[in-house]
Write a protein that binds this ligand. Structure first.
Ligand code: NAD
Length: 280
């Protein structure tokens, strides 16, 4: 495994597994099998409604808790719930998480950020982050944070490399964790000829070349999958290195185009929605 050193000296694995849109049963199996294969970073969220299952998958893998880097996210409905962190830990069945995010800049997210900082002070989170806080939200947070976040989780892939955001991140040593790293499975991204050409040279698939590009950009990457074959493939990316010329060829794909466009009215909806957490 390769690791990223965070701005608080905590180390985070560069490659992990994401669990968005996985049912509890799928998340439990994917996480268990991924950890057995050698993964050590797992990403979930209150909103994925699979935290209990992720916790079960971790325990069933037999991998010791301290060897797993566990990341989750508080949903806006929880930002003013003073028990939100303990309830999240309770669902996961752990005494701390390695990384705790605010999922969206919606609702009372300043109160949410205070809760993250408190979780760090109480030893309940080893690192904290913000998700989808690009632009004005990061600018506003920057004026009030007491602890600089270690991560931002945002959409990033070769079509959308977050060039502008990265300038701010570099000032503070904040790391980027890419969501939709494979374009959410978009055939046109994975099918770009450049990935096939480079892949043929190294004996790797186009998806593996894309994921290697993420790690060489300095990003942590958490592709989602329920297929054991893909999960295995997505970890097998650390035995080759893209040359500067190959990185430059991939850079030519940056169109500044994202897949997901969030509106202000969606943010309002996010603040009103409460996940119906798993009951057992
Ligand atoms: P992704 O880009 O990882 O794509 C997943 C899709 O790619 C799936 O359809 C899967 O079948 C396919 N795939 C996986 N491995 C493949 C391979 N080797 N070859 C070909 N196809 C492959 O998108 P995602 O799963 O939506 O995002 C990754 C993770 O990011 C999520 O699971 C979640 O943890 C996180 N995420 C966070 C947010 C956020 O708001 N913070 C939003 C979306 C996703």
């Amino acid at each position: 495994m390769e690791y990223l050193e965070l701005n608080n000296k905590v180390r985070c694995p560069a490659v992990g597994i994401g669990t968005y849109q996985l049912s509890p049963a799928q998340a439990r199996t994917s996480v268990r099998e991924a950890l057995k294969m050698g993964y050590s970073l797992v990403d979930t969220a209150n909103a994925y409604v699979n935290e209990r299952a992720v916790g079960r998958g971790i325990r069933e893998s037999g991998v010791p808790r301290e060897d797993v880097f566990l990341s989750t996210k508080l949903w806006p409905s929880e930002y003013e719930n003073e028990n939100a962190v303990d309830e999240t830990l309770g669902r996961l069945g752990v005494s701390y998480v390695d990384l705790l995010y605010l999922h969206q800049p919606a609702g009372n997210w300043l109160a949410g950020y205070r809760m993250l900082e408190k979780a760090v002070r109480e030893g309940k989170a080893r690192a904290i982050g913000i998700s989808n806080f690009e632009g004005k939200y990061l600018d506003a947070l920057e004026k009030t944070w007491e602890i600089v976040p270690q991560f931002i989780q945002v959409e990033a892939h070769p079509y959308y490399t977050q060039r502008e955001l990265r300038r701010t991140l570099d000032q503070y040593g904040i790391r980027l964790m890419s969501w939709y790293p494979l374009g959410h499975g978009d055939r046109s991204l994975i099918g770009e000829p450049v990935f096939r050409e480079i892949g043929e040279k190294y004996g790797k698939t186009p998806a593996q070349v894309i994921l290697r590009w993420h790690t060489q950009m300095g990003f942590a990457v958490i592709p989602g999958s329920r297929s054991t074959e893909h999960i295995r493939e997505n970890l097998d990316i650390l035995d080759f290195t893209l040359t500067p010329e190959e990185m430059a060829m991939i850079a030519c794909l940056d169109r500044g185009e994202r897949y997901y466009h969030r509106t202000d009215s969606q943010l309002e909806q996010f603040a009103l929605w409460k996940p119906s957490f798993e009951t057992e």
